[in-house]
Design a protein around this ligand. Structure first.
Ligand code: DX5
Ligand code: ZN
Length: 219
């Protein structure tokens, strides 16, 4: 499976948002990763609809919208309308997960589920065939720039086995502390899609950092 890189806009310079969106457009990156936080599901508030619309206006690649909000079912149609291409919701945030995924599919967006760092991957067994992608958090969600947690490798392996056993081709995305130090081991474990925020945006040459990450993931 082709390995994808999704720079996290949370780490961009919001005073120069268009410049950073163009940087991603001109890079080897595949998607824009868009983190929406409500201050309830996670202890931080990021940005909402007007900022996403501004990103969409200039973005030439799909928007991968990661909802860290309580009861995401209240806003699915809105996020689809303003330009989301992929919408992922946390398993821990919505009571009727199957219904929420159907709601995402009905908008025409691709649907995915996110698991917090220690939510067992086994909870996905009966919903996997409905997931375009599973996002495994490799940090506690809410903030960029945190340290990658090594328990993720084993979680990826278990999830990849579950996906293979069901004969599916579900993507596994990793979010939190991804860098050149762990991306190859994550690929070996079975992941194929990588969010990276601070590692890309804090680097001196962002285009080169993205190119190198993508090359490492596909080597
Ligand atoms: C955190 C977000 C991440 C974050 C990743 O809750 O979901 O997408 O931006 O940032 P880094 O790559 O800096 O850990
Ligand atoms: Zn995210």
């Amino acid at each position: 499976m082709n390995k994808l890189i999704a720079p996290s806009i949370l780490a961009a310079d919001f005073g120069n948002l268009q410049r950073d969106v163009e940087m991603v457009n001109n890079s080897d990156a595949d998607w824009f990763h868009i983190d929406v936080m409500d201050g309830h599901f996670v202890p931080n508030i990021s940005y909402g609809m007007p900022v996403i619309q501004a990103i969409k206006k200039h973005a030439k690649k799909p928007l991968d919208v990661h909802l860290m909000i309580e009861k995401p079912e209240r806003y699915i149609e809105t996020f689809a309308k303003i330009g989301a291409d992929i919408i992922t919701v946390h398993y821990e945030s919505t009571i009727h997960l199957h219904r929420t995924l159907s709601q995402i599919e009905a908008t025409g967006c691709k649907a995915g589920v996110v698991l917090n760092l220690t939510t067992p991957v086994s909870v996905l067994e009966d919903i996997l065939s409905k997931c375009y992608m599973v996002l495994l958090m490799s940090i506690n969600p809410g903030f960029g720039g945190q340290k990658f947690e090594d328990i993720t490798y084993n979680r990826v392996k278990k999830l990849r086995k579950m996906i293979n056993d069901q004969g599916l081709s579900t993507r596994i995305e990793i979010d939190g502390g991804v860098s050149n130090k762990n991306i190859e081991a994550l690929v070996d474990a079975g992941a194929d899609t990588f969010v990276a925020g601070s590692y890309i945006f804090k680097s001196n040459n962002q285009i080169e950092t993205i190119r190198d990450l993508k090359a490492l993931a596909n080597s």
